[in-house]
Design a protein around this ligand. Structure first.
Ligand code: HEC
Length: 324
């Protein structure tokens, strides 16, 4: 009987473990073919097959990683998550490889894609590049503004406060958070986990600050699912032909201002939640004054809106003062 109970417990445990390891699907058809020669081989040659590690002389743990067959001993083609090598280059908790000197995110993405593409011993003439996926969420236009207006702020994760030792003001320090962002896998990313918590005790930003909006959370989800690369998109051409509050102004205020100016966290007593709130501040002249920095107080405090965003708010502000 006792053995039977142990057996059942182990089976249940295994089922739980297997389910918890499920990954979000990566649509690899969006990416170019990744090539073993020279790309993947080069990553292994310069990071793993080196003296005292996995070259022919040392062969740490029996792994020689300067050739295709040697590398394939730690790869399960088509299945990165069951590939010993992929596990050690991404697992930051146990025996991370290379020790104390993780591969760059781009290198890890390339290895993962190559394994997903069945780990062929293929050769390409040019170095493959990973183009941003179609419908991409760009770091600079979607994610960075959220970091700068909501996470990397005073009393939270700016460089001075660095709550829990975490600074969230740039791509580099975001990616440096342990397991914070796991490329391709929102469900394994600690940062995604805390922004999606429903209990306000565990959630980030913590109460009384407002949670991220559904669309901001969705942007994080897509961006991580697309590989969490430091993608830089040029801002769309500035179209100010049809400026409305809901379509043009609200998204700007929501992403860049609302985290510090809502009913729970009203810096300087300024609330920018509803159209009425924003209209009041706009009509007083304060809105354009802080955006243009003409009164000695510049908003947002730690970064700049684009000229197009300021211009959009300005056109709307002019239209409401004419209407009144
Ligand atoms: C990181 C938090 C934060 C963000 C993001 C932020 N603000 Fe502020 N805001 C503040 C603080 C703090 C003050 C008080 C500053 C002071 O008195 O020096 C303030 C003050 C203001 C004021 C009052 C200025 C005055 O003359 O007294 C306005 C208006 C304002 N913010 C608008 C905005 C707008 C518009 C945005 C977005 C474009 C924005 N804020 C983004 C923190 C923030």
């Amino acid at each position: 009987m006792k053995n039977f109970i142990i057996f059942v417990t182990v089976v249940i445990g295994l089922v739980l473990i297997i389910n918890s390891c499920r990954h979000d699907e990566t649509d690899i058809s969006k990416y170019d073919e990744i090539c073993f020669n020279p790309d993947i081989k080069l990553i292994f040659a310069s990071n793993c097959a080196i003296t005292d590690c996995h070259n022919t002389t040392t062969a740490e743990s029996g792994f020689v990683l300067d050739n295709y067959d040697g590398i394939m001993k730690g790869i399960s083609a088509g299945d990165p998550l069951n590939s010993e090598i992929y596990k050690v280059i991404t697992n930051e908790w146990i025996n991370m490889m290379p020790p104390d000197n993780p591969l760059t995110e781009e290198q890890r993405i390339k290895i993962r894609l190559w394994i997903e593409q069945d780990a062929p011993n293929n050769t390409c003439s040019n170095d493959t590049i990973i183009p941003p996926p179609v419908d991409s969420i760009c770091f600079n236009t979607h994610i960075e503004p959220i970091l700068l207006s909501t996470c990397g702020v005073t009393d939270c994760h700016d460089a001075t406060t660095a709550q829990e030792g975490i600074v969230l003001t740039s791509y580099a320090n975001l990616m440096a958070v342990r397991q914070g962002i796991v490329p391709f896998s929102p469900s394994e990313s600690k940062i995604y986990e805390v922004i999606t918590q429903t209990s306000s005790d565990d959630r980030m930003p913590p109460s009384p600050r407002s949670p991220l909006t559904a669309s901001q959370i969705d942007d994080f989800n897509k961006w991580i699912s697309q590989g969490a690369v430091n993608s830089q998109c040029s801002a769309a051409a500035c179209d100010t032909s049809n400026v409305t509050y809901a379509g043009s102004v609200d998204p700007i205020i929501s992403t860049n201002c609302r985290s510090c100016h809502n009913t729970n966290n009203a810096n300087a007593g300024i609330i920018l939640v509803t159209e009425t709130d924003v209209t009041t501040v706009a009509a007083s002249g304060q809105l354009i004054a802080v955006l243009r920095n003409t009164s000695g107080i510049k908003m947002p405090p730690t970064f700049d809106l684009t000229e197009c965003q300021i211009r959009t708010v300005e056109i709307w502000t002019n239209s409401i003062s004419k209407a009144n």
